[in-house]
Design a protein around this ligand. Structure first.
Ligand code: PMP
Length: 396
């Protein structure tokens, strides 16, 4: 190994370990359902994004296997050579219907979708107004575009208006975009899209919503844009196929013109192999299920409300979540990590989230209940929370 790389790695890894910020990965030994096995122990799983339990759904497994039998395990090429299978086109039609738009384009992941779509539309002559708590993939997509990035205070429409006015009146930029998560994954709050649309109309901003945590969850399953009835107002509706949908991938839904452009200018669409056919079939099955019935959606919200009420009653600070995402704010980083470790020892897997993912001093254990949890599992989890909370002095 080069001496300089060796020294760089030693120094930086040690620094992370000293600060307690090095994340040791613990593999899950089986399906990522409401109960997971780690190091041979069964734990109540409150850390997955498998909101509707579809990642382990029996019908979707069958669809996946049938597609593998028909098409094979891989798509064989990038979309623009000959990796576009008929089911990729079918999926994109379904996504457009699901999101109430003219067209849609799918990608291999939500992360590369943001990198691709933002940088295909924005360039170094432009500016992007970006909520300060936006996801890392949005930040990276904005950076990749080369546009000027202007951070907007979290959900602050006055700050957005002031910065939109300044950016558009300065004459320095071509296009100006406002970009926001639809649901913020660390706090569970829902973006003020009506407020953002009002500002966007005033200053002709391009609007981009990353609804990774909203699709399947808000808007009776159809997402945050639908929740506010703004399908005609938001220019770019981005989402993932890896969370509530339970599989893998990302997409943008919008006008036919926008999708035509993304199909010729999104680099992962042009240069990275298409989503495997088994995944495509399972995704379509999941979208059908979400569209056909709100049963899983309703169960998810019921479980979210139940867990929130239970933690609140025990005296925990659960923040201001408006969705099933349930943060339990502990505060200091080391205490937060210790809390999560003790929960795991007692039988609950709920990951700690600390700086730099969230601001210093707001460390939290984030709980993601799903439609697949039973009341008994949530009651067991609450008992363990009570025990660990009292032991570590977080509650009385
Ligand atoms: N956007 C947001 C808001 C996310 O939370 C995530 C996933 N952590 C992504 C994009 C990336 O999605 P994926 O995991 O499908 O790549």
């Amino acid at each position: 190994m080069s001496n300089i790389l060796n020294a760089f790695l030693d120094e930086n890894l040690q620094e992370l370990r000293d600060q307690g910020l090095y994340n040791e990965i613990e593999p899950v030994e089986g399906p990522n359902g409401p109960i997971i096995k780690i190091k041979g122990n069964d734990l109540i799983n409150l850390s997955s994004n498998n909101y509707l339990g579809l990642a382990t759904d029996e019908d979707l497994k069958k669809l996946n296997i049938a597609a593998v039998n028909k098409y094979g395990v891989g798509a064989g090429a990038v979309r623009t050579i000959n990796g576009t299978l008929d089911i990729h086109i079918e999926l994109e039609k379904k996504l457009a219907e699901f999101k109430g738009t003219e067209a849609a384009i799918s990608f291999q992941s939500g992360f590369n979708c943001n990198m691709a779509a933002i940088s295909a539309v924005m360039n170094k002559n432009d500016a992007i107004l970006s909520d300060e708590l936006n996801h890392a993939s949005i930040i990276d997509g904005c950076r990749l575009s080369g546009a000027k990035i202007i951070r907007v205070k979290h959900q602050d429409m006055d700050d957005l208006r002031a910065k939109a006015k300044e950016a558009t009146e300065s004459g320095l930029y071509g296009k100006v975009m406002y970009i926001t998560d639809g649901v913020f994954s660390m706090d569970g709050d829902i973006a003020n899209l009506p407020g953002a649309v009002e500002v966007a109309k005033e200053f002709d901003l391009i609007t981009y919503v990353d609804d990774a945590h909203g699709s399947g969850v808000t808007g009776k399953g159809k997402g945050t844009v639908k929740h506010f009835g703004l399908e005609k107002e938001i220019d770019m509706q981005m989402g993932t196929l890896s969370k509530a949908v339970g599989v893998v991938g990302g997409y943008v839904a919008g006008t036919q013109k926008l999708i035509d452009w993304l199909k010729v200018r999104s680099r992962p669409f042009l240069f990275s192999t298409a989503v495997p056919p088994g995944d495509v079939a399972a995704i379509m099955g999941a979208l059908d299920k979400i569209s056909a019935s709100t049963e899983l959606h309703d169960k998810l919200w019921e479980n979210g409300d139940y867990l929130k009420a239970g933690l609140k009653k025990l005296g925990f600070n659960i923040g201001n979540s408006e969705t099933p995402i349930t943060p339990c704010i502990i505060g200091e980083e080391k205490l937060t990590q210790q809390f999560s470790k003790r929960l795991a020892e007692e039988g609950v897997y709920a990951k700690s989230i600390v700086f730099p993912t969230v601001p210093k001093g707001t460390g939290r254990v984030r709980n993601m209940p799903t439609a697949a949890h039973t009341k008994e599992m949530l009651d067991d989890a609450l008992k363990i929370y009570e025990k660990v909370g009292k032991e570590l002095g977080v509650i009385q």
